[in-house]
Design a protein around this ligand. Structure first.
Ligand SMILES: *Cc1c(COP(=O)(O)O)cnc(C)c1O
Length: 381
């Protein structure tokens, strides 16, 4: 099935009871049984809920995976994946990383007994050098948050497998439409479905997709035993969002390309990070492993203190100053004080998250309005 067809039909079958074309929202916590243990496959909604089952089937189909699992948030999904490991195990992680993932690793799983090294995963040599006998997982974000660095998925999958480690890809920024990590050899894909999969900034959710049966079974066990599951209404919203995923991503990418090109020539902008610009250090790799360049841009304006941006924020009329990303509306974020504030300042600066760094989640509005908005606000710096 081709992408636009897949997105519309994945996981949705007309309701056997009424023929409803959209999966109903099953607001129920429990299910009547004919006799103890005799039921229709549903006992309790932490374990299974029909709306969630439909969404999980859709998630699996989108990534071309055997298994799809939905969680209460992206971080709940990350938590479940890290539980596959045991105290004493070592994980290699992209240096440029979603702040909450970093916090979960450092503040929750390090005290629990895992150890982490943060390396530049765009460079396979650095990954090989950092491997240890205890390394059981390589965790990458590509494109990364916030600097849109691209790591080579197929090469890193080979490196991971030579050392009997899993390669996990946080595919949130790319979405399954732009990038298929499992086909390139990754073992597990995770998403913050809060972002592009949902696509409308109205639900918080996480997703895991994989082909491996044993690991899927363990993740399914954690999902029920720990209980970080999404409710049926959120499952419905994400299932609906998925239907327009390829359409939205085409528009997000088209708008972002034009905005990145505009920013690249602006006198108040010193750097633009966008995989669709030939100046991006991994431009060719991005072309190889991504269908389009996506809707996320980071750029640096020529200021040394965040206070100098005061007039810039207040001049914006279309871009909303907010955390998160991947919705139909355009958002702007200041990583150093917002999404990446949980990373210590020295590490932030070493990564390139400076006071003048801004991150755009480019929406699907008319690009002329978006460029005019940025143009006007940049004049005020
Ligand atoms: C938002 C995000 C997460 C965390 O997901 P939540 O749904 O907020 O828990 C993880 N990775 C990336 C790349 C994200 O953008």
């Amino acid at each position: 099935m081709k992408w636009h067809t897949l997105a519309v039909h994945a996981g949705t079958e007309s309701d056997p009871l009424t023929g409803a074309v959209m999966t109903p929202v099953y607001f129920t916590s429990t299910y009547a049984q004919e006799a103890p243990g005799v039921h229709k496959g549903y006992e309790y909604s932490r374990t299974h809920n029909p709306t969630r089952s439909a969404l999980e089937a859709a998630l699996a189909q989108l990534e071309g995976a055997k298994h799809g699992l939905a969680f209460a948030s992206g971080l709940a999904a990350t938590d479940a994946i890290l539980r596959l490991l045991r105290p004493g195990d070592h994980v290699l992680v992209s240096r440029d990383l979603y702040g909450g993932t970093y916090r979960l690793m450092r503040k929750v799983f390090e005290p629990w007994g895992l150890s982490f090294d943060f390396v530049d995963t765009t460079d396979p040599a650095q990954v090989e050098e950092a491997l240890r006998p205890q390394t059981k997982m390589i965790w990458i974000e590509t494109p990364s948050n916030p600097l849109l660095r691209i790591s080579p998925i197929a090469v890193l999958a080979d490196i991971a497998h030579q050392s009997n480690a899993y390669l996990v890809v946080d595919n949130t920024f790319a979405t399954p439409y732009l990038q298929a990590p499992l086909e390139m050899g990754a073992d597990i894909v995770m998403h913050s479905a809060t972002k592009y999969l949902g696509g409308h900034s109205d639900a918080v959710m996480g997703a895991i997709m994989l082909n491996k049966d044993e690991e899927a079974q363990r993740l399914r066990f954690f999902q029920n035993a720990v209980g970080a599951v999404p409710g049926p209404m959120d499952c419905f919203l994400v299932l609906r969002g998925i239907k327009t995923l390829p359409l939205r991503l085409q528009k997000h990418s088209e708008n972002a390309q034009k905005i990145a090109e505009f920013l690249a020539t602006h006198p108040k902008v010193s750097k633009v990070y966008y995989p669709g610009l030939v100046t991006h250090p991994q431009y060719l790799l991005a072309k190889q492993q991504m269908r389009l360049s996506g809707g996320m841009i980071a750029f640096e304006v020529k200021v040394s203190r965040v206070e100098e941006l005061q007039n810039f924020w207040s001049a914006l009329k279309v871009f909303l100053l907010a955390e998160s990303l991947g919705g139909v509306e355009s958002l702007i974020n200041h990583p150093a004080t917002m999404t990446h504030a949980s990373i210590p300042e020295a590490e932030r600066l070493a990564l390139g998250i400076t006071p003048g760094l801004l991150r755009l989640s480019v929406g699907i509005e008319d690009v002329d309005d978006l460029i005019a908005d940025l143009k006007g606000a940049l004049q005020r710096i």
